[in-house]
Ligand binder design. Structure first.
Ligand code: DGY
Length: 322
């Protein structure tokens, strides 16, 4: 009989929606078990996590109706191969935009003002009183924030940065470019600067990444890009780890090619590039862009609604391959 495979329990009200839709099998699977489950014919729909990898090989033997990813990103799924196989893929857009932009801003502020070093300083008992040159950081106001990408999360980050008095530049589709009309810019027309990738790289005080992971964005920030940045620049990543060549970043941070990095995502997550965690000029978060109680619950609701629709044989509310 056809069931819904859920590889990790999702927050309320997700599981209730799924159980009302059909029989749910909740079990963690490794890649081999996922391949077998998808090929078994036992499941119509899989509710998946970012760590579940649906590559072309898995999809070639899969007999599924749909995959409902508990995330807005879907780089863990070969969507072209799923489409070829007639498998619908769905995601959870919109609901985590502000929370992820909050984390981008938090990383901008905490790297600039050395918040993690300062916290460790106080906790270690080293704080003996106000000093003129204690833990000096860099300003945010008046500085240039360069955005790689100009989708929902980049725009929400721009909104916050403008509130902090930053100059915001954006390159909509790095490393290339594309036209952006004033209509498309909407509230940002006249308030942000459309720039080439080269200009973003060479003039930004903060470079914040907001691009999906694809062949063209893999290692978008590599040794060459890091070398072209200002030595005082700070790199922020709330998108996907492999957008940065992490080994090159560690070298650049060590050698002072760039000043600091604030990261929420990693190239080989959850593993860190050796040396990264030893660097004082980094703020490292465990992929928590969407981690608020209400956002995760909203993601669960969307994800379950997508799965329930596909299980019924209908189009999900948020397909990525309509
Ligand atoms: C996503 O949704 O893609 C985030 O990376 C996790 O919430």
């Amino acid at each position: 009989m056809s069931r819904i495979l859920v590889t990790t329990e999702i927050p309320s009200p997700g599981m209730d929606i799924l159980r009302a839709a059909g029989e749910v099998d909740l079990r963690e699977v490794d890649h081999e078990q996922l391949v077998d489950a998808c090929a078994s014919g036992d499941y119509a729909v899989v509710v998946s996590q970012l760590r579940d990898r649906f590559d072309a090989e898995l999809l070639a033997s899969a007999s599924l109706v749909g995959i409902s990813n508990y995330a807005v990103g879907f780089d863990n799924i070969d969507v072209a191969a799923a489409t070829e196989r007639g498998i619908t893929v769905a995601n959870t857009p919109g609901v985590l935009t502000d929370s992820t932009a909050d984390i981008a801003m938090l990383l901008i502020l905490s790297t600039a003002r050395r918040a993690v070093e300062a916290d460790a300083f106080v906790r270690s008992g080293s704080f003996t009183g106000w000093e003129p040159e204690l833990l000096l950081g860099s300003d945010v106001s008046g500085r240039v924030l360069g955005l790689a990408g100009f989708g929902r999360i980049a725009r929400a980050t721009a909104r916050r940065a403008l509130g902090f008095g930053m100059t915001v530049k954006f390159c909509p589709r790095p490393p290339g470019d594309r036209e952006v009309s004033d209509d498309e810019l909407g509230e940002f027309a006249g308030r942000v600067v459309h720039a080439s990738w080269d200009e973003i790289v060479t003039t930004s005080d903060f470079l914040s990444l907001h691009v999906p992971l694809s062949d063209s964005t893999h290692h978008l920030v590599d040794a060459e890009v890091l070398a072209a940045m200002k030595p005082s620049a700070i790199v922020i990543n709330t998108a996907r780890g492999p957008v940065i060549d992490e080994a090159a970043l560690v070298t650049a941070l060590r050698e002072g090619t760039v000043a600091a990095a604030g990261l929420d995502v990693y190239e080989r997550e959850p593993a860190l590039e050796p040396g990264l965690a030893d660097l004082p000029n980094t703020v490292l978060l465990p992929h928590v862009g969407s981690a608020t109680v209400s956002v995760r619950s909203e993601m669960a609701r969307l994800c379950a609604a997508n799965a329930a629709a596909m299980f019924r044989g209908s189009m999900p509310p948020h397909p990525v391959n309509p």
